[in-house]
Design a protein around this ligand. Structure first.
Ligand code: ZN
Length: 107
């Protein structure tokens, strides 16, 4: 969350007793190739991380997956490079084109 929050427009906050939950995170265990997925739902959206694959992933691959799925929750679609590229690879930062897209989308 800190990477997305550092963009300075949308603040992703933890829940408190007085806030409405917009996004939930759950772990699943499904024997397929899914690493994570964002599910837009009525009420809070859900991001699911698949522990079936996460247990074998490097920390920076998990970080990329988390950045990617939160990117979907923020309205971004797949891209041929950077954090919104599909697949299992290491990524620990937001690339310049997603930062540019973020500023245009959320201004
Ligand atoms: Zn995706």
């Amino acid at each position: 969350m800190s990477y997305w929050n550092a963009m300075g427009i949308i603040k992703i906050l933890g829940d408190t007793a007085s806030t409405v939950e917009d996004l939930s995170f759950i772990d699943i265990h499904e024997k397929n190739t899914t690493l994570g997925e964002w599910m837009p739902l009525p009420g809070a959206d859900v991001i699911r991380f698949n522990n079936y694959n996460f247990v074998d992933m490097e920390p920076d691959e998990r970080k990329k997956t988390a950045l990617h799925e939160v990117g979907h929750a923020l309205g971004f679609e797949h891209h041929d490079s950077g954090v919104m590229k599909q697949g299992r690879f290491k990524k620990t930062s937001l690339d310049s084109h997603i930062k540019d897209d973020y500023k245009k989308y959320w201004k």
